[in-house]
Ligand binder design. Structure first.
Ligand code: 2AM
Length: 181
């Protein structure tokens, strides 16, 4: 099964982002806007994991979450991967560098449980808001959203998510573990 670990921001914070991007949704040629119900911040992408790994992964994720305090974070700054000029992914980032240690632990939990690690890119906390099939210049979009600053929120749980690929990607939550307990 295809798995990743994520933080899911509160609805009120997602409302702010929804509101900010609303005038642009559907207006950028080639950019698709995933359904808001799928929005999340990936901490670690595990790729395809054998079913038998799941129980151990859950134990290790619970332990990893327990070792980190809840995180006070906020959304800030829009951008593109691999760059704003040539983007296939449109995202919103986070202020500061607030969750690298947590992401390291969550990634290590997967490695120790035997989850195949396919994501070795440098961790860059973000929430994906749009995807393009070909490289797209998002400078006008990013410029028009400059100045957005999300309200502070507290990340309190790590979520393990299964992604079901298909015409429409669907995410299924397999469990949540509290930070700092
Ligand atoms: P993205 O949003 O930046 O594309 C589920 O696919 C989640 O895992 C997505 O949030 C995705 O990040 C992230 N992810 C990280 N590495 C990935 C990879 N190699 N393939 C697919 N998704 C990946």
């Amino acid at each position: 099964m295809r798995l990743f670990a994520a933080l899911v921001p509160p609805e009120s914070v997602l409302d702010e982002i929804s509101h900010a991007i609303a005038p642009h949704v559907g207006q950028v040629p080639g950019l698709r806007w995933p359904d808001r119900a799928t929005w999340h911040i990936t901490l670690a992408f595990y790729g395809d994991v054998p079913d038998h790994v799941l129980p151990d992964l859950e134990v290790r994720l619970a332990r990893a979450a327990g070792r980190h305090d809840p995180l006070d974070v906020s959304f800030s700054g829009f951008g593109g991967f691999s760059s704003v000029r040539r983007a296939r992914v449109f995202w919103i980032g986070m202020a500061g560098d607030p969750m690298n240690r947590l992401a390291d632990s969550v990634r290590a939990a997967g490695r120790r449980a035997g989850a195949v690690q396919t994501d070795e890119k440098r961790f860059h906390p973000h929430l994906t808001l749009g995807r393009a099939r070909s490289e797209t210049d998002l400078r006008p979009l990013v410029e028009s959203l400059a100045g957005f600053q999300g309200s502070p929120w507290r990340a309190e749980e790590v979520e393990l998510v299964r992604s079901h690929l298909g015409g429409q990607v669907r995410y299924e939550s397999l469990g949540r573990w509290a930070l700092g307990r």
